[in-house]
Design a protein around this ligand. Sequence first.
Ligand code: CO
Length: 466
Amino acid sequence: MANRHIGFTETVLRDAQQSLIATRLPFSEMEPILSKLDAAGYHSLECWGGATFDVCMRFLDEDPWERLRKLRAGLPNTKLQMLLRGQNILGYKHYPDDIVRRFVKAAVKNGIDIIRIFDALNDVNNLKVAIETAVEAGAEASGAISYTTSPVHTREMYVNLAKEMVNMGCQSICIKDMAGILTPNNAYGLVAALKDALPDNVPVIMHTHSTAGMAFMTYMKGIEAGADVIDTAISPFSGGTSQPTTESLHVALTQMGYDTGLDEPTLYEIADYFKGVRAKFIEDGTLNPISMGTDTQCLNYQIPGGMLSNLLSQLKSLNASDKFDEALLETPRVREDLGFPPLVTPTSQLVGTQAVQNVLAGERYKNVGAEVKAYCRGEYGRTPAPINPEIQKLILGDEKPIEGRYADTLPTDTFEKAQAELGETARSEEDVLSYIAFPPVAEKFFETRKANEEKVAKYSIEKIED
Ligand code: CO
């Protein structure tokens, strides 16, 4: 009998660099290693979506769509994977259905093969359009369970969610443990339940973070229970708030009789290359060595690592670092009030900011942000448990929460309006989508793009005149 195959999804170009260096890896640092990455034998390369889209334009002066096309050209043999926030596409609020459709189609057209789709509340109404469009466009729709723990997040609830996603068209199911709180024992139970409930041709994928130090064991137990694919990061960008290590898992699993499909010497070449990249980011201070260590606070507070550092920096900027412990204790209370949302973009920001507000004001929900109000109105979807009615009343006053699906209430001419606003600045449908997702960021990016081109043009004219 052939050895059981375990696929590896390499995250260095997306989640690993997002977790360790705030998504600051420019394409120029990816380009030299693309041919090796393409030859390594990965199940897929996670390389786009998540925070990369925003950061490309905001901090790197890169067109995210152009980056995707270059990745596609440099990685002809490997499946390219992205992370999509369902109805939020790559932003922080819901977009109308036609925008979601256009965005998904454009991602596939520019080179994406696998779209991992999640919703912060695990509300399938926020996943449906993205899933259906991905399938129509010929991509693999991979449905992600935003994993969390709470009294309402039972194994049964997750299995039902996975079944619904498969019914909507998902060809694979991922357990997305963004906070690194999935324990080996819970992983075994959940993977076994999913494998039991789902059709045989639907692979179960595991995604976790090494933050709390359990990730290797979690994958091992998940694999024993039947998991088919794991997300890993090449060693220099692994561990800590990132994923567990690609090479180590390859060696360990191979010895145990699994087939990873990976070419070991190529992995070491890739690792050598990224050691050099990592050194630059340590040197310039972008990579904080603390984020590479083990931190069990996420187990204690059930808060993702990224959120902890956000809380701390929010408090620091307000000269209130001494309130950190209080804010940590307040966070799970806010989460409970809001119906136990999993803490992932954008709910992690929403819950964290409200916890900070409550602590700073010395009175709970005295100051409430626009996002939390929108959340209480139902604009983010159905919450896992009902929102505490007293808190909801306190926040909304006499305003009634919306009934039905928020996206259905959004205008249907968003694209045409954005196109008209941009005029000649937009050179493609993709430009318009960038602008709809991040209006001021995209506008600034378009200006810089034009200025850079004019500089180049001027330079070549001067050269001709010489
Ligand atoms: Co992640």
